[in-house]
Design a protein around this ligand. Structure first.
Ligand SMILES: *[C@@H]1O[C@H](CO)[C@@H](O)[C@H](O)[C@H]1NC(C)=O
Ligand SMILES: *[C@@H]1O[C@H](CO)[C@@H](O)[C@H](O)[C@H]1NC(C)=O
Ligand SMILES: *[C@@H]1O[C@H](CO)[C@@H](O)[C@H](O)[C@H]1NC(C)=O
Length: 396
């Protein structure tokens, strides 16, 4: 056992330091180079990650893009995005008109009524003038190009369903003031955005996969106001303070039904807290790698159920940040009944999880969404988190 532990420790610390030396683009480029020089057959290419194994080994991924829609697992697995619609090719990275969107822009694609599978014809950095409100039944699929949404307000889902966001690098998102923006359910809204990377608001059936997210003004991904049926998977997040907020406020009881799966993500360097911070609902945190947190990793208030399975938690060297968990805003006698468990997690460099409430599986049924894999698998899968450089005609 001590040998196995040490072996794993070395592997994971190595994985963590490898990632910490790379910028996101370099990580995805490295992955792209590896696959472009090695024509892997389908079996060799599989890593054991059920979502990736569903599409990444297919050299025809570009002609079979819609297959991705059937690859999600977890609570967001019903999100079909634009699977049953036309392909819309975004050709224009500029000219963002929030009220009368210009054809060829991402905003024009995103607001349409009908289902659309949205792709891009060249590498682009899209800096929006106002938040981008995405309508129901849309997939934003950045595969094949380096697509960034950055240096402006970013993405909002408001009262929609069936949205897939895949392979986009979202960073340096800024808040916006009150301004008219086309809104799917209201035609126009004049609300500002608070500077999240992706804000999920009263929405359901959402899958966010293989995105890289960093350095936004507010959260990287927030889900609030009765949102549910969400999978956040295979993302690479770094350099950010309040990473993910799940649940609007302790008093907002509609979030009692929230179910979110957080799986196969790589939580990289420079993350501080809220990875995630949960309220009320049911949270399945499974097969993620946490390479450090400056305050805490998983926190919550208002009696959320947190089922942590098969994760790797690597604490930083700082002795005051070894605890994975933070039970917020509550007296001991209250939080001791919240159901938080750690099962099959690997704790490294002094990391520890403070469980509470029930231990038995029966109490976690509503926070169970997929079978956890053993942590040993994550040495293989973690390096592919974040946006990938997929080449047409090759396995990705
Ligand atoms: C949400 O969308 C539905 C239609 O899909 C609409 O009837 C309803 O008014 C919207 N609610 C809000 C709060 O915008
Ligand atoms: C250790 O972590 C605590 C709590 O986040 C922080 O206040 C302190 O500055 C950290 N110490 C060092 C040496 O980074
Ligand atoms: C951190 O904790 C370890 C183990 O308790 C102890 O040996 C070490 O001196 C501590 N380091 C600091 C900087 O306090």
């Amino acid at each position: 056992m001590p040998t196995l532990y040490l072996f794993s420790l070395v592997i994971f610390l190595h994985a963590a330091s490898t990632f910490s030396r790379h910028l996101p683009e370099e990580v995805s480029e490295a992955a792209g180079r590896y696959y472009s020089t090695t024509q892997l057959d389908r079996e060799q290419c599989r890593t054991g990650n059920p979502m990736d194994d569903c599409w990444r080994c297919d050299p025809e991924w570009d002609t079979n893009r819609r297959r991705l829609a059937d690859c999600a697992v977890g609570f967001g697995k019903s999100a079909i995005g634009g699977r049953d619609g036309e392909v819309y090719v975004v050709t224009d990275s500029d000219n963002d008109d929030p009220v009368n969107p210009t054809p060829g822009t991402l905003r024009h694609a995103a607001i349409q009524e009908e289902p659309l599978w949205i792709i891009f014809d060249h590498d682009m950095v899209i800096s929006l003038n106002e938040q981008l409100l995405i309508n129901s039944y849309k997939t934003i699929d950045g595969r094949g190009h380096d697509i960034q949404i950055a240096h402006g307000p970013c993405i909002t889902l408001h009262n929609v369903s069936n949205v897939i966001i895949h392979n986009i690098y979202i960073h340096d998102c800024l808040p916006s003031g009150y301004a008219a923006v086309w809104d799917p359910s209201l035609q126009y809204t004049s609300g500002g955005s608070d500077g999240d990377g992706i804000s999920i608001f009263s929405s359901r059936d959402v899958w966010i996969d293989h995105c890289t997210l960093a350095n936004c003004y507010d959260g990287l991904i927030d889900a609030t106001y009765g949102s549910t049926a969400i999978t956040i998977s295979n993302n690479y997040m770094l350099h950010h303070n309040e990473v993910m907020l799940m649940g609007h406020s302790d008093e907002f009881l509609d979030d009692k039904n929230m179910q979110v799966t957080i799986a196969f993500n790589y939580f990289g360097e420079g993350l501080v807290q809220r990875i995630p911070r949960c309220r009320h609902g049911y949270f399945h945190v499974v097969n993620n790698v946490y390479s450090g947190w400056e305050m805490y990793a998983i926190g919550g208030s208002a009696s959320p159920t947190i089922n942590s399975q098969g994760n790797v938690y690597i604490a930083l060297d700082n002795n005051s940040t070894k605890e994975v968990t933070k039970h917020e805003n509550s007296l001991d006698e209250e939080w001791k009944s919240w159901n938080w468990r750690s099962e099959g997690d690997m704790m490294l460099n002094g990391a520890f999880f403070t469980p509470s409430g029930e231990e038995a599986s029966a109490s976690y049924i509503k926070a169970s969404s997929m079978a956890a894999k053993p942590t040993s698998l994550l040495t293989k899968t973690a390096q592919y988190a974040g946006s990938l450089s997929c080449q047409v005609g090759q396995a990705c």
